[in-house]
Design a protein. Structure first.
Length: 278
């Protein structure tokens, strides 16, 4: 009886020793695999959405068309595959090579079990972190927008938002139709949203309290009647001259992300019968 018991104990010891060795082999294999090791240590890089990569509009749109959502998706594609994509050329490939070089990654890299579990939640946390960490001020954001738009797009935006001209007025000055001006404005605003969305969100977040105080009379609530008064007052010629670049950028960003100040308040604060409250 004791012999049987001793045998069972010895058998269990041997099995445990075998499992321990197998586990050690697995750990060493993972440890010695540079790709696997990098993925484990740099998951934040791989889940970065392409919206946050500051890509050119052409490259961004090409990746969207290929359903590439993040760096992890991108590195699994080959250069040859991308070059066959519509509107994707050598300039876009060079742009992406430089991006991957920066992160020490390569095309054509297979990632097992991609995407990871709870990817959307991980991206949400990363996005909030990036927005908080972005160093965005009026001067830098204005420079980013100028670099992004062509001369015609920026000129029309400047006339619309800085000079408060109507579509009709701009069209008459350029000898084009009102509808043509509207299309150029829409194209410019969409381009800014697609490529610079995190910058816009960061700018608004940093100016959130200032925006609230501009329309609030008691620091805790905003009345719709006050919003209407402020908006009407801002259209006066003497008030237009007093507006700063920060004021204009805030207006542009709210239009791009929320369409108007009322929708911005609806999302940011609790609605009441008279307006909104914190």
């Amino acid at each position: 009886m004791n012999n049987d018991k001793d045998y069972e104990i010895e058998k269990l010891k041997n099995e445990n020793e075998y499992l321990r060795k197998e586990l050690e082999k697995y750990k060493n294999k993972k440890k010695n695999n540079p790709i696997e090791s990098y993925l484990n240590e740099n998951l934040e890089v791989l889940i970065k959405p392409i919206e946050s990569l500051n890509l050119s509009v052409r490259t961004f749109n090409c990746l969207k068309n290929e359903n590439v959502k993040n760096i992890g998706d991108l590195i699994q594609l080959s250069e040859q595959y991308l070059l066959k994509s519509q509107n994707f050329g050598v300039k876009s490939l060079t742009e992406l090579r430089e991006l991957l070089d920066f992160y020490k990654l390569n095309f054509n890299t297979y990632i097992e079990n991609w995407p990871p579990e709870n990817l959307e939640e991980k991206i949400k946390i990363l996005k909030e972190k990036e927005i908080d960490e972005l160093q965005v001020d009026t001067e830098s954001l204005l420079g980013e927008i100028k670099d992004l738009l062509n001369d015609k797009e920026y000129s029309i935006l400047h006339d619309r938002f800085w000079k408060n001209k109507t579509l009709q007025e701009i069209g008459a000055a350029l000898n084009v139709t009102r509808e043509y001006v509207r299309q150029i404005e829409f194209q410019a605003l969409r381009k800014i949203k697609v490529v610079k969305k995190n910058y816009l969100l960061s700018f608004l977040k940093k100016n959130e309290e200032k925006i609230f105080n501009k329309y609030s009379e008691d620091q805790n609530t905003i009345r719709q009647s006050t919003v209407q008064k402020v908006n009407s007052r801002e259209k006066l010629p003497r008030m237009l001259e007093l507006r700063t670049d920060e004021d204009v950028l805030t207006k542009i960003i709210i239009k791009i992300l929320y369409e108007n100040i009322y929708e911005y308040f609806n999302i940011k604060y609790s609605e009441t019968d008279y307006g909104w409250k914190k």
